[in-house]
Design a protein around this ligand. Structure first.
Ligand code: CA
Length: 236
């Protein structure tokens, strides 16, 4: 199956260069020179992955990310940034990108990031043939067959990356895991990015599942190490 990738980038030279590289790897690449075009083309072509520059004329990459994430929870989004301020924003807020790269970047590295993202998309979106079960930790339930996650019976939409993190947590209740371990299990051993991406995703997950994300009750921070999925006592 040829995967569809949408490339939203206003700099023609970068767009053409990335497009040629991705086509050489067998992807079908759609180009959008602005955020508005990006949203239109995403709705029309429904790509699996969007590579999204942040600085764009008109609506910026953050806004495009917000719109697309809302409409397509299963979409893979990799953001491109040239500015440290953007990086802070990616880190600090819940825009919903799965990964980010800083410019200038190496096309080989971009394609490795895409491969890692594809594995996560497949792990979430391709239904398994066997029912490998439902994991329930009150008030949460993870259905690994339907690939769905519930709190108090209500489905919470998770991105593919968030889903895999939740699965890892729920399979390892009470166990402290460091960032590198989470990175390697969820992103893959060949992922070359920064382990800060783990924190970005945890922050977003907390915003979705915690009553008060500032005082997390379920995803605990283990100081100087990483995170731990907490199980309420009555469930143990
Ligand atoms: Ca730009």
């Amino acid at each position: 199956m040829t995967r569809k990738i949408l490339l939203v980038e206003d700099e023609d030279a970068i767009r053409k260069f990335v497009k040629i590289n991705l086509e050489r790897e067998g992807y079908q690449v759609f180009e959008a020179p602005s955020g508005e075009d990006g949203v239109d083309i995403a709705r029309k072509e429904e790509p699996e992955i969007v590579i999204l520059d942040i600085m764009l004329p008109g609506i910026d990459g953050f806004e495009v990310c917000r719109i697309l994430r809302q409409e397509y929870p299963d979409l893979g989004i990799i953001m491109l940034t040239a500015k440290a301020e953007d990086l802070d924003k990616i880190m600090g807020l819940q825009f919903g990108s799965d990964d980010y790269m800083t410019k200038p970047f190496n096309p080989t590295e971009l394609s490795l990031r895409i491969k890692s993202l594809e594995r996560r998309l497949d792990a979430k979106n391709v239904k398994s043939k066997v029912n490998d079960g439902v994991i329930a930790h009150k008030p949460f339930r993870l259905d690994t067959y339907a690939r769905k996650f519930y709190r108090d019976g209500e489905e919470l939409e998770l991105t593919p990356t968030e889903y895999l993190i939740m699965k890892l947590f729920m399979e390892n209740p009470g166990r402290a895991m460091n960032r590198d371990e989470i990175l390697s299990k969820v992103w893959g051993d060949d992922y070359l990015g920064d382990s800060k991406i783990v924190d970005v995703n945890i922050r977003r997950l907390r915003a979705k599942i915690e009553d008060n994300p500032a005082k997390p009750q379920f995803i605990e921070t283990v100081w100087g190490m990483g995170y731990r999925w907490f199980v309420l006592e009555e469930d143990q």
